[in-house]
Design a protein around this ligand. Structure first.
Ligand code: GLY
Length: 391
Protein backbone atom coordinates (compact mmCIF):
# COMPACT_ATOMS: atom_id res chain seq x y z
CA UNK A 1 0.00 0.00 0.00
CA UNK A 2 1.44 3.42 -0.83
CA UNK A 3 2.01 5.91 1.99
CA UNK A 4 0.88 9.51 2.05
CA UNK A 5 1.98 12.57 3.94
CA UNK A 6 0.11 15.87 3.98
CA UNK A 7 1.23 19.42 4.74
CA UNK A 8 0.18 23.00 4.06
CA UNK A 9 3.26 23.69 1.94
CA UNK A 10 5.38 21.22 0.03
CA UNK A 11 8.74 22.52 -1.21
CA UNK A 12 10.28 20.54 -4.06
CA UNK A 13 14.05 20.93 -3.70
CA UNK A 14 16.22 21.28 -0.61
CA UNK A 15 18.96 23.56 -1.92
CA UNK A 16 19.48 27.03 -0.48
CA UNK A 17 16.39 28.47 -2.17
CA UNK A 18 14.10 25.58 -1.19
CA UNK A 19 15.40 25.62 2.39
CA UNK A 20 15.01 29.35 2.91
CA UNK A 21 11.49 29.12 1.51
CA UNK A 22 10.62 26.22 3.83
CA UNK A 23 12.13 27.98 6.85
CA UNK A 24 10.13 31.14 6.22
CA UNK A 25 6.94 29.14 5.53
CA UNK A 26 7.30 27.21 8.80
CA UNK A 27 7.92 30.46 10.69
CA UNK A 28 4.59 31.71 9.34
CA UNK A 29 2.83 28.72 10.90
CA UNK A 30 2.44 26.51 7.81
CA UNK A 31 3.12 22.81 8.22
CA UNK A 32 5.94 22.40 5.71
CA UNK A 33 7.65 19.49 3.99
CA UNK A 34 10.76 19.55 1.81
CA UNK A 35 11.19 16.70 -0.67
CA UNK A 36 14.82 16.15 -1.66
CA UNK A 37 17.13 13.12 -1.45
CA UNK A 38 19.92 15.20 0.12
CA UNK A 39 18.73 18.44 1.74
CA UNK A 40 21.44 21.09 1.80
CA UNK A 41 23.02 19.77 -1.40
CA UNK A 42 22.74 21.17 -4.93
CA UNK A 43 24.52 24.15 -6.43
CA UNK A 44 25.13 25.62 -2.96
CA UNK A 45 27.76 22.93 -2.41
CA UNK A 46 29.78 24.29 -5.33
CA UNK A 47 29.05 28.05 -5.30
CA UNK A 48 31.67 30.51 -4.08
CA UNK A 49 29.10 32.60 -2.21
CA UNK A 50 29.92 36.07 -3.52
CA UNK A 51 27.24 38.61 -2.64
CA UNK A 52 28.20 40.63 -5.67
CA UNK A 53 25.29 42.86 -6.68
CA UNK A 54 27.62 45.67 -7.80
CA UNK A 55 30.59 43.86 -9.39
CA UNK A 56 28.34 41.38 -11.25
CA UNK A 57 26.20 44.14 -12.77
CA UNK A 58 25.55 43.62 -16.48
CA UNK A 59 24.08 45.91 -19.12
CA UNK A 60 20.37 45.27 -19.53
CA UNK A 61 20.00 43.78 -16.04
CA UNK A 62 19.01 46.91 -14.11
CA UNK A 63 15.72 45.36 -12.97
CA UNK A 64 17.56 42.38 -11.54
CA UNK A 65 19.99 44.83 -9.91
CA UNK A 66 17.11 46.23 -7.83
CA UNK A 67 16.27 42.77 -6.47
CA UNK A 68 19.95 41.92 -5.90
CA UNK A 69 20.51 45.15 -3.97
CA UNK A 70 17.38 44.59 -1.91
CA UNK A 71 18.58 41.11 -0.97
CA UNK A 72 22.08 42.42 -0.17
CA UNK A 73 20.43 45.02 2.09
CA UNK A 74 18.58 42.24 3.94
CA UNK A 75 21.69 40.06 4.37
CA UNK A 76 23.00 41.39 7.73
CA UNK A 77 19.66 40.82 9.50
CA UNK A 78 19.09 37.51 7.70
CA UNK A 79 22.55 36.22 8.70
CA UNK A 80 22.12 37.41 12.29
CA UNK A 81 18.70 35.75 12.56
CA UNK A 82 19.95 32.47 11.10
CA UNK A 83 22.99 32.42 13.39
CA UNK A 84 20.77 33.19 16.36
CA UNK A 85 18.36 30.39 15.38
CA UNK A 86 21.07 27.76 14.91
CA UNK A 87 24.21 28.85 16.77
CA UNK A 88 26.13 28.21 13.53
CA UNK A 89 28.78 30.38 11.90
CA UNK A 90 27.85 31.18 8.28
CA UNK A 91 31.25 32.45 7.16
CA UNK A 92 29.56 35.79 6.43
CA UNK A 93 32.36 38.23 5.69
CA UNK A 94 31.89 41.90 4.84
CA UNK A 95 35.37 42.29 3.47
CA UNK A 96 34.58 43.80 0.05
CA UNK A 97 35.61 43.07 -3.52
CA UNK A 98 38.29 44.33 -5.88
CA UNK A 99 37.66 43.88 -9.62
CA UNK A 100 40.91 44.37 -11.51
CA UNK A 101 42.14 44.74 -15.10
CA UNK A 102 45.25 43.05 -16.53
CA UNK A 103 45.45 44.67 -19.94
CA UNK A 104 44.06 47.57 -21.95
CA UNK A 105 40.96 45.61 -23.04
CA UNK A 106 40.13 44.58 -19.46
CA UNK A 107 40.70 48.16 -18.37
CA UNK A 108 38.24 49.46 -20.97
CA UNK A 109 35.71 46.83 -19.87
CA UNK A 110 36.09 47.87 -16.22
CA UNK A 111 35.81 51.56 -17.08
CA UNK A 112 32.52 50.78 -18.81
CA UNK A 113 31.33 48.81 -15.78
CA UNK A 114 32.30 51.73 -13.56
CA UNK A 115 30.24 54.13 -15.69
CA UNK A 116 27.24 51.79 -15.49
CA UNK A 117 27.67 51.42 -11.73
CA UNK A 118 27.81 55.18 -11.20
CA UNK A 119 24.83 55.74 -13.50
CA UNK A 120 22.98 53.23 -11.32
CA UNK A 121 23.91 55.12 -8.15
CA UNK A 122 26.24 52.41 -6.83
CA UNK A 123 29.31 52.82 -4.62
CA UNK A 124 32.46 51.90 -6.54
CA UNK A 125 35.88 53.55 -6.53
CA UNK A 126 38.43 53.52 -9.39
CA UNK A 127 41.99 52.66 -8.27
CA UNK A 128 45.21 52.66 -10.29
CA UNK A 129 47.44 49.57 -10.34
CA UNK A 130 49.62 50.73 -7.48
CA UNK A 131 46.59 51.41 -5.28
CA UNK A 132 45.21 47.94 -6.09
CA UNK A 133 48.48 46.30 -5.05
CA UNK A 134 48.64 48.36 -1.89
CA UNK A 135 45.29 46.82 -0.92
CA UNK A 136 46.24 43.32 -2.10
CA UNK A 137 50.03 42.85 -2.26
CA UNK A 138 49.72 39.37 -3.83
CA UNK A 139 48.29 40.88 -7.05
CA UNK A 140 50.43 40.61 -10.18
CA UNK A 141 52.67 43.63 -10.85
CA UNK A 142 50.97 44.00 -14.25
CA UNK A 143 47.53 44.90 -12.81
CA UNK A 144 46.48 48.08 -14.63
CA UNK A 145 43.73 49.33 -12.33
CA UNK A 146 40.60 48.21 -10.62
CA UNK A 147 37.30 48.93 -8.94
CA UNK A 148 37.06 48.84 -5.18
CA UNK A 149 33.56 47.83 -4.09
CA UNK A 150 33.37 47.58 -0.32
CA UNK A 151 29.66 46.73 -0.40
CA UNK A 152 30.06 43.35 -2.22
CA UNK A 153 30.50 40.75 0.51
CA UNK A 154 30.64 36.95 0.79
CA UNK A 155 29.14 34.02 2.70
CA UNK A 156 30.15 30.36 2.78
CA UNK A 157 27.30 28.58 0.94
CA UNK A 158 28.10 25.20 2.54
CA UNK A 159 27.80 26.69 6.01
CA UNK A 160 24.69 28.57 4.90
CA UNK A 161 23.09 25.34 3.62
CA UNK A 162 23.92 23.50 6.85
CA UNK A 163 22.47 26.30 8.94
CA UNK A 164 19.29 26.41 6.87
CA UNK A 165 18.79 22.65 7.32
CA UNK A 166 19.15 23.11 11.09
CA UNK A 167 16.86 26.14 11.14
CA UNK A 168 14.24 24.21 9.17
CA UNK A 169 14.46 21.24 11.55
CA UNK A 170 14.08 23.53 14.55
CA UNK A 171 11.09 25.25 12.95
CA UNK A 172 9.40 21.86 12.46
CA UNK A 173 9.98 21.36 8.72
CA UNK A 174 9.71 17.70 7.72
CA UNK A 175 12.36 16.39 5.31
CA UNK A 176 11.23 13.66 2.98
CA UNK A 177 14.45 12.21 1.55
CA UNK A 178 13.48 11.17 -1.97
CA UNK A 179 13.21 12.61 -5.47
CA UNK A 180 9.95 14.27 -6.46
CA UNK A 181 8.92 12.26 -9.50
CA UNK A 182 5.64 13.75 -10.65
CA UNK A 183 3.39 16.65 -9.74
CA UNK A 184 -0.19 15.65 -9.03
CA UNK A 185 -2.87 17.94 -10.34
CA UNK A 186 -6.38 17.49 -8.98
CA UNK A 187 -9.30 19.41 -10.50
CA UNK A 188 -6.96 21.89 -12.17
CA UNK A 189 -4.91 22.56 -9.04
CA UNK A 190 -1.45 21.41 -7.91
CA UNK A 191 -2.08 19.00 -5.05
CA UNK A 192 1.31 17.50 -4.22
CA UNK A 193 3.88 15.18 -5.74
CA UNK A 194 4.55 11.48 -6.01
CA UNK A 195 8.04 10.68 -4.72
CA UNK A 196 10.26 8.00 -6.21
CA UNK A 197 9.95 5.90 -3.02
CA UNK A 198 6.23 5.56 -3.73
CA UNK A 199 5.08 8.10 -1.15
CA UNK A 200 2.30 10.49 -2.10
CA UNK A 201 3.04 13.92 -0.64
CA UNK A 202 -0.08 16.06 -0.68
CA UNK A 203 -0.19 19.76 0.13
CA UNK A 204 -2.28 22.90 -0.06
CA UNK A 205 0.49 24.63 -2.03
CA UNK A 206 3.52 23.29 -3.86
CA UNK A 207 6.64 25.43 -4.28
CA UNK A 208 8.91 24.22 -7.07
CA UNK A 209 12.44 25.17 -6.00
CA UNK A 210 14.43 22.47 -7.75
CA UNK A 211 17.27 24.65 -9.09
CA UNK A 212 18.41 23.56 -12.54
CA UNK A 213 16.04 20.54 -12.33
CA UNK A 214 12.95 22.73 -11.96
CA UNK A 215 12.11 22.54 -15.66
CA UNK A 216 11.76 18.79 -15.75
CA UNK A 217 9.26 17.74 -13.08
CA UNK A 218 6.80 15.39 -14.75
CA UNK A 219 3.15 16.34 -14.51
CA UNK A 220 3.69 20.10 -14.74
CA UNK A 221 1.70 21.39 -17.73
CA UNK A 222 4.00 22.44 -20.58
CA UNK A 223 2.95 26.08 -20.48
CA UNK A 224 3.68 26.25 -16.73
CA UNK A 225 7.00 24.41 -16.73
CA UNK A 226 9.70 26.99 -15.88
CA UNK A 227 12.12 27.75 -18.75
CA UNK A 228 15.14 26.89 -16.61
CA UNK A 229 18.29 25.27 -17.98
CA UNK A 230 21.52 24.00 -16.41
CA UNK A 231 24.57 26.28 -16.77
CA UNK A 232 27.70 24.46 -15.68
CA UNK A 233 30.27 26.09 -13.43
CA UNK A 234 33.55 24.43 -12.50
CA UNK A 235 35.04 25.67 -9.24
CA UNK A 236 38.33 24.98 -7.43
CA UNK A 237 39.09 25.05 -3.74
CA UNK A 238 42.59 25.69 -2.44
CA UNK A 239 43.92 26.09 1.08
CA UNK A 240 46.05 28.98 2.28
CA UNK A 241 48.61 27.61 4.76
CA UNK A 242 49.10 29.66 7.92
CA UNK A 243 52.51 30.91 6.74
CA UNK A 244 50.98 32.63 3.67
CA UNK A 245 48.08 34.25 5.55
CA UNK A 246 46.59 36.69 4.84
CA UNK A 247 46.96 35.72 1.19
CA UNK A 248 44.09 37.92 0.06
CA UNK A 249 41.91 40.07 2.32
CA UNK A 250 38.92 40.46 0.00
CA UNK A 251 37.39 38.87 -3.10
CA UNK A 252 39.51 39.60 -6.16
CA UNK A 253 38.02 39.19 -9.61
CA UNK A 254 38.70 40.01 -13.23
CA UNK A 255 37.63 39.32 -16.77
CA UNK A 256 40.59 37.58 -18.42
CA UNK A 257 40.32 37.06 -22.21
CA UNK A 258 36.54 37.40 -21.88
CA UNK A 259 36.18 34.85 -19.03
CA UNK A 260 35.22 35.77 -15.50
CA UNK A 261 37.57 34.56 -12.81
CA UNK A 262 37.24 35.22 -9.11
CA UNK A 263 39.19 34.34 -5.97
CA UNK A 264 37.20 34.30 -2.75
CA UNK A 265 39.28 34.05 0.45
CA UNK A 266 37.55 32.68 3.53
CA UNK A 267 38.50 33.37 7.11
CA UNK A 268 39.18 29.66 7.71
CA UNK A 269 41.91 29.59 5.02
CA UNK A 270 39.84 28.23 2.13
CA UNK A 271 40.35 30.01 -1.19
CA UNK A 272 37.63 29.44 -3.78
CA UNK A 273 38.48 30.00 -7.45
CA UNK A 274 35.67 30.09 -9.99
CA UNK A 275 34.07 29.66 -12.35
CA UNK A 276 33.53 28.36 -15.83
CA UNK A 277 30.28 29.13 -17.59
CA UNK A 278 29.31 26.25 -19.87
CA UNK A 279 26.10 25.32 -21.68
CA UNK A 280 26.54 21.53 -21.73
CA UNK A 281 23.24 20.23 -20.42
CA UNK A 282 23.44 17.94 -17.40
CA UNK A 283 27.19 17.37 -17.60
CA UNK A 284 29.01 17.89 -14.28
CA UNK A 285 32.38 16.49 -15.30
CA UNK A 286 35.39 18.38 -14.00
CA UNK A 287 37.60 18.72 -17.06
CA UNK A 288 41.34 19.27 -17.42
CA UNK A 289 40.53 22.22 -19.67
CA UNK A 290 38.24 23.83 -17.10
CA UNK A 291 40.76 23.46 -14.28
CA UNK A 292 43.58 24.65 -16.55
CA UNK A 293 41.73 27.79 -17.61
CA UNK A 294 40.76 28.72 -14.06
CA UNK A 295 44.28 28.21 -12.75
CA UNK A 296 45.84 29.99 -15.74
CA UNK A 297 43.60 33.05 -15.29
CA UNK A 298 43.88 33.04 -11.49
CA UNK A 299 47.67 32.75 -11.81
CA UNK A 300 47.80 35.80 -14.09
CA UNK A 301 45.99 37.76 -11.39
CA UNK A 302 47.74 36.34 -8.34
CA UNK A 303 50.94 34.46 -9.35
CA UNK A 304 51.51 33.08 -5.83
CA UNK A 305 48.44 30.87 -6.19
CA UNK A 306 50.56 28.06 -7.64
CA UNK A 307 52.17 27.57 -4.20
CA UNK A 308 48.86 26.64 -2.56
CA UNK A 309 47.52 23.11 -2.11
CA UNK A 310 44.63 22.39 -4.49
CA UNK A 311 42.12 20.63 -2.27
CA UNK A 312 38.98 20.21 -4.39
CA UNK A 313 37.66 20.48 -7.92
CA UNK A 314 33.94 20.36 -8.53
CA UNK A 315 31.27 21.33 -11.04
CA UNK A 316 27.73 22.52 -10.31
CA UNK A 317 24.73 23.57 -12.36
CA UNK A 318 23.30 27.07 -12.11
CA UNK A 319 19.58 27.32 -12.85
CA UNK A 320 19.73 29.66 -15.87
CA UNK A 321 16.61 31.51 -17.05
CA UNK A 322 15.97 33.33 -20.34
CA UNK A 323 16.59 36.78 -18.80
CA UNK A 324 19.06 35.65 -16.08
CA UNK A 325 16.52 36.62 -13.41
CA UNK A 326 14.59 34.34 -11.04
CA UNK A 327 11.00 33.17 -11.38
CA UNK A 328 9.17 33.89 -8.14
CA UNK A 329 5.59 33.30 -7.05
CA UNK A 330 2.32 32.09 -8.53
CA UNK A 331 2.10 30.29 -11.85
CA UNK A 332 -0.84 29.79 -14.18
CA UNK A 333 -1.56 26.53 -12.34
CA UNK A 334 -3.41 27.19 -9.09
CA UNK A 335 -1.52 26.01 -6.05
CA UNK A 336 1.85 25.88 -7.82
CA UNK A 337 4.46 28.52 -6.96
CA UNK A 338 7.98 28.88 -8.29
CA UNK A 339 11.23 29.85 -6.59
CA UNK A 340 13.80 29.06 -9.24
CA UNK A 341 15.92 30.42 -12.12
CA UNK A 342 18.32 32.33 -9.84
CA UNK A 343 21.21 31.67 -12.24
CA UNK A 344 24.39 33.42 -10.93
CA UNK A 345 22.65 34.95 -7.91
CA UNK A 346 21.12 32.14 -5.85
CA UNK A 347 23.16 32.73 -2.70
CA UNK A 348 22.75 36.50 -2.89
CA UNK A 349 19.00 36.24 -3.49
CA UNK A 350 18.26 33.79 -0.65
CA UNK A 351 17.02 36.37 1.91
CA UNK A 352 14.66 38.20 -0.43
CA UNK A 353 13.42 34.94 -2.01
CA UNK A 354 12.45 33.52 1.40
CA UNK A 355 10.62 36.72 2.30
CA UNK A 356 8.86 36.97 -1.07
CA UNK A 357 7.63 33.39 -1.02
CA UNK A 358 6.45 33.74 2.60
CA UNK A 359 4.53 36.85 1.57
CA UNK A 360 2.92 35.00 -1.33
CA UNK A 361 1.99 32.05 0.88
CA UNK A 362 0.34 34.33 3.42
CA UNK A 363 -1.34 36.88 1.13
CA UNK A 364 -1.63 35.14 -2.22
CA UNK A 365 0.15 38.06 -3.89
CA UNK A 366 3.66 38.96 -4.94
CA UNK A 367 5.08 41.88 -2.93
CA UNK A 368 6.06 44.96 -4.94
CA UNK A 369 9.78 44.11 -4.80
CA UNK A 370 9.16 40.91 -6.79
CA UNK A 371 6.44 41.90 -9.26
CA UNK A 372 8.88 41.99 -12.19
CA UNK A 373 9.94 38.43 -11.44
CA UNK A 374 6.58 36.74 -11.85
CA UNK A 375 6.87 33.47 -13.81
CA UNK A 376 3.96 34.76 -15.86
CA UNK A 377 6.31 37.16 -17.68
CA UNK A 378 7.23 34.27 -19.98
CA UNK A 379 3.61 33.77 -21.11
CA UNK A 380 2.08 36.01 -23.79
CA UNK A 381 -0.38 38.57 -22.35
CA UNK A 382 -0.04 37.02 -18.91
CA UNK A 383 0.37 39.95 -16.54
CA UNK A 384 -3.42 40.37 -16.34
CA UNK A 385 -3.80 36.85 -14.96
CA UNK A 386 -1.76 37.50 -11.83
CA UNK A 387 -4.45 39.35 -9.90
CA UNK A 388 -7.07 36.76 -10.90
CA UNK A 389 -5.07 33.84 -9.48
CA UNK A 390 -5.87 31.75 -6.45
CA UNK A 391 -2.68 30.52 -4.82
N1 GLY B 1 27.96 34.32 -9.22
C1 GLY B 1 29.09 33.60 -9.58
C2 GLY B 1 28.87 32.52 -10.54
O1 GLY B 1 27.75 32.17 -10.85
O2 GLY B 1 29.85 31.98 -11.02
Amino acid sequence: MSRTHTSDVLVVGGGIIGLVTAWRAAQRGFTTTVVDPGPGGGAGQVAAGMLAAVTELHHGEQTLLGLNLESARRYPDFAAELTEATGLDLGYRRSGTLAVALDADDRAHLRELHTLQRRSGLQSEWLNGRECRRLEPMLAPGVRGGLRVDGDHQIDPRRLSRALVTACERAGVVFHRAWAEELSVVRGRAAGVRADDGTGLTAGRVVLAGGSHSGRLAGVPDDVLPPVRPVKGQVLRLTVPERYAPFLTRTVRAVVRGSHVYLVPREDGELVVGATNEELGWDTTVTAGGVYELLRDAHELVPGITELPLTETRAGLRPGSPDNAPLLGPTALDGLLLATGHHRNGVLLAPVTGDVLAHVLVSGELPAVARDFTPLRFRAGARRELSEQTV
